[in-house]
Ligand binder design. Structure first.
Ligand code: SAM
Length: 191
């Protein structure tokens, strides 16, 4: 299909960037599908960091990556993505966010605007020039709508000389369909 959903669109845009990537991040591991995507599409020497605040999510991610014989290149972190700077200090080639709650898990445990914006800010500091970040957001329920709005406002405030930022969504889908933000770092931040 030429027209995909937000997650598949993120994968499609991200894939070409991953070939030469050495360090990439899944900021919301969840059931591990994005971690698997990153591990499958990077060189065998690349390292994939995956964050989640739920042990249940990291256990699922570990099982999936172990089954696919890719767990050796993955570092699983049971901590908020807002603390990414405690773990990573070198340039990162790609970062993926898939906001919301764990599919099949506790719907009360959601990503939150404050920590999400903090995590995006810190991840953009780490992002290499030419690196790509994708953020899939879900405005179809109230918490997700507020978070999506916060993300949109924050991204709109970033300098166009430093970041190229686009927003993709289906225009004829009912009930506020998912939104994909795509951010490319054009040059180093000066402030
Ligand atoms: N990428 C996942 C996949 O492929 O299955 C789906 C991610 S799911 C929509 C969102 C995940 O974000 C949940 O597993 C949730 O526990 C996690 N999460 C919520 N707040 C977080 C935070 N502050 N830091 C890291 N992960 C968080």
């Amino acid at each position: 299909m030429a027209v995909a959903n937000a997650v598949l669109m993120a994968h499609r845009l991200m894939r070409p960037k991953l070939r030469a990537a050495s360090l990439v991040v899944d900021a919301t591991a969840g059931n591990g599908r994005d971690t698997l995507f990153l591990a499958e599409n990077t060189a065998h020497t690349a390292v994939v960091w995956a964050f989640d605040i739920q042990q249940q999510a990291l256990t699922k991610t570990k099982q999936l990556l172990t089954k696919q014989l890719l767990i050796d290149k993955v570092r699983l972190v049971l901590d908020s993505h807002a603390n990414i700077l405690s773990y990573l200090h070198q340039p990162v080639d790609a970062v993926m966010f898939n906001l919301g709650y764990l599919p099949g898990g506790d719907r009360q445990i959601n990503t939150c605007p404050d920590t999400t914006i903090k995590a995006i800010t810190h991840s953009l500091q780490l992002l290499a020039v030419g690196g790509l970040m994708t953020i899939a957001a879900y405005p179809g329920y109230e918490h997700g709508r507020q978070e999506c709005q916060s993300v949109q406002e924050y991204l709109a405030s970033l300098k166009q000389e430093t970041f190229a930022i686009a927003c993709w969504s289906m225009v004829n889908q009912r009930n506020n369909p998912p939104v994909l933000y795509i951010i490319e770092k054009m040059k180093e931040q000066t402030d």
